[in-house]
Design a binder for this molecule. Structure first.
Ligand SMILES: Nc1nc(=O)c2c([nH]1)NC[C@@H]1CN(c3ccc(C(=O)N[C@@H](CCC(=O)O)C(=O)O)cc3)C=[N+]21
Length: 299
């Protein structure tokens, strides 16, 4: 028996289609086009590819997209000034600073990201959005875990009462993923590099989310037959060879459903960025506070 392959491409198309429809409605009702600004600092080649793909997705579904390229030598102050400028611009509803930042300013990442107006924080990394997610308030939710949750739901995979094991505790994937699953009534275990008995814990999981960053770390013997396996890993093991955190070739014979790499969760990340941009616009239309920056500048 081999697992159902959860195709990132199919779900990403569906999620982008949903966003596109909403954009048309909002345009008709309010005469507003959602706008996304992506800031890329420096020359990281992988980042450039991702940013280009984000721009293409925006064009495809009707989001105004601005890519702001800043040199490797950009200072923290210059980057913060650029963010402030975008915070004030009323045709920009979403702001994303592509990570990783160049080494020279990487230690200021927190301070830089905290400068983004939480209502425009389409990555969902701002502590205000993290706090809202944890307390169950309407929030902008990090794209990758948000996409994973939506895919599980769209695939009718049972989350309520399921044992979900999240491996990895990053602020970008592991922690928000655990909270999302908890909010859907899963029993959640978070594992990480200090976890003992990882194999046994994984083996008891109905849902595994692998966000470790080590190629083929999750092997078939760690998976309960029939379990759902979501692979968030993107490991480049050769110039053109991408593998996930899961040993897909063997895991596919044990799991009930599994995501491939490439062609899996990465594509959902971009689709959810599109949805988050629409959500950000809607929150700004509904919320006075979000727009007070613009009012200040216009009055
Ligand atoms: N502020 C910020 N927000 C991000 O969301 C963010 C970021 N920084 N920095 C880098 C990571 C990575 N990321 C991906 C997006 C799309 C794919 C994707 O489309 N992957 C395809 C193609 C992969 C390929 O061929 O290179 C796939 O998995 O099939 C992967 C990874 C967003 N990130």
């Amino acid at each position: 028996m081999t697992a159902t392959i959860l195709s990132g491409k199919v779900f990403a198309t569906q999620f982008k289609e949903e966003a596109k429809k909403e954009i048309l409605n909002i345009k008709q009702e309010y005469g507003v086009t959602p706008g996304l600004a992506v800031i890329i600092v420096g020359e990281n080649p992988a980042s450039k590819v991702y940013v280009r793909n984000k721009h293409k997705a925006c064009e495809e579904i009707g989001i105004y997209s601005e890519v702001i390229e800043m040199p490797e030598t950009t200072t923290k102050e210059e980057l913060i000034r650029k963010i402030d400028e975008l915070n004030f611009r009323k045709e920009i509803h979403g702001i994303l600073v592509q990570l990783p930042l160049p080494k020279a300013i990487a230690q200021h990442e927190e301070e830089i990201l905290n400068e983004i107006n939480p209502f425009k924080d389409v990555d969902g990394f701002h502590p205000i959005n993290v706090g809202k997610l944890v307390t169950g308030q309407e929030a902008l939710i990090p794209c990758t875990p948000h996409g994973c949750l939506k895919m599980l739901e769209a695939s009718n995979i049972n989350i309520d009462g399921a044992h979900a094991v999240v491996i990895g505790r990053s602020n970008i994937v592991g922690k928000p993923m655990a909270h999302l699953l908890l909010s859907k009534n899963a029993t959640v275990t978070i594992c990480h590099s200090h976890t003992k008995n990882l194999k046994e814990i994984c083996k008891s999981a109905d849902i595994i989310v692998a966000a470790i960053g080590k190629p083929k770390f999750i092997t078939a013997d760690m998976i309960k037959p029939g379990a759902t396996v979501i692979d968030v890993g993107i490991n480049r093991i050769a110039p053109k060879k991408l593998v996930g955190d899961v040993d897909f070739e063997n895991a596919v014979n044990v799991a009930g459903a599994i995501t491939p790499v490439p062609g899996g969760v990465g594509l959902l990340t971009i689709a959810m960025l599109m949805q988050n941009t629409v959500t950000a616009l809607k929150m700004q239309l509904a919320n006075q506070y979000a727009l007070c920056y613009n009012k200040d500048i216009n009055s």
